[in-house]
Design a protein around this ligand. Structure first.
Ligand SMILES: [Fe+2]
Length: 314
């Protein structure tokens, strides 16, 4: 069988309590509100169970990334491929683990259940000549309550050795390339999602963003609006629609400096043979429509600080 999804990430930040409060506002369900600093804080999505752990680390970065596989044969195959790349592989109770030297991320490949998402049909939208919804207001404006992310969609990482990181994920772990933006990165998938991991060259290994699926564009907007009502400084970039992956997006910033994205309507690749990977130049590589990306999206404000910190332990 095959790899089929991301399972769980472990995020290291200097301020875990503050950061955990942010992800509670973001709509993730906290599993252990009374966490000790060592245990960290864990969070669940609606469909993915426990998918985020926030722990203390001297500087912000992604510590661990979980990838779900169907059965133990997949683990053997991944272990062999990593060994071919001369990456040390460790067997654990649940799977195998290996570190990508470029991003510093420990990737844990483990046997995990596939997602069984409750089908959520798109609401009826009116369009010219099609009155799909009459005598009622749009569901998106009637909704109340907190937006709850359905699952962890993808992570974007900065690597000091993009070329090797790409090889690590593609040839080592077994990700497939969906699209490429020359000079930036390749969008890689380990599931039917257009992308689950993207690694870009950076002066220091860091976590650029995590991305969380919500039901539709109204939930993207409602989620971000609620976050900004609490603190307008959380805004980074949105609302817009990416060209590569097609998803609606809105990026916000956590108190450690990591971006978190609400997304919906991402491209889905079920039959690899029917998808043609593209090469995207210029702004298309970043977005199709929306406000222009702020410079801090491309080069986060704390990069210089992270580089200084990278010379110290942690
Ligand atoms: Fe994203």
């Amino acid at each position: 069988m095959a790899l089929h999804r991301l399972t769980k990430i472990v995020m290291g930040v200097p301020n875990p309590d503050e950061t955990a409060a942010y992800y509670t506002d973001f709509g993730l369900a906290p599993d252990n509100l009374d966490a000790t600093p060592n245990a960290g804080h864990t969070f669940s999505t609606v469909d993915g169970g426990e998918q985020l752990q926030v722990v203390h680390n001297e500087r912000r970065r992604l510590l661990q990334l979980g990838v779900g596989a169907d059965d133990p044969d997949d683990l053997d195959r991944v272990a062999a491929s990593l060994t071919d790349l001369e990456v040390p592989v460790e067997r654990t109770e649940r799977g195998i683990r290996a570190m990508d030297p470029g991003t510093g991320v420990i990737v844990l490949v483990e046997v995990a259940d596939r997602y069984d998402q409750e089908p959520t049909p798109a609401p009826a939208y009116n369009s010219p000549g099609v009155n799909a919804r009459t005598e009622s207001r749009a569901p998106g404006v009637e909704r109340e309550g907190v937006v709850r992310p359905r699952k962890l969609g993808h992570v974007v990482l900065g690597s000091t050795d993009q070329e090797f990181s790409q090889k690590f994920f593609q040839r080592g772990i077994g990700f497939k390339v969906s699209d490429t933006v020359p000079g930036l990165a390749a969008f890689m998938r380990c599931s039917t999602d257009h992308h689950n991991v993207l690694v870009q060259q950076a002066p220091v290994a860091f976590l650029h963003h995590t991305s969380w699926q919500v039901d539709d564009v109204d939930e993207v907007g409602r989620g971000a609006t609620s976050m900004l009502e609490k603190d307008p400084d959380r805004h980074v970039w949105g609302l817009g629609r990416h060209h590569v992956g097609s998803n609606f997006f809105w990026y916000l910033k956590d108190p450690a400096g990591n971006f978190s994205e609400y997304y919906s309507d991402l491209d889905c690749i079920v039959d690899d043979a029917l998808w043609t990977p593209g090469v995207w130049e210029g702004t298309r590589g970043l977005f199709n429509w929306g406000p222009p990306p702020p410079p801090s999206f491309l080069a986060p404000d704390d990069l210089a600080e992270l580089m200084t910190g990278a010379h110290q332990p942690g």
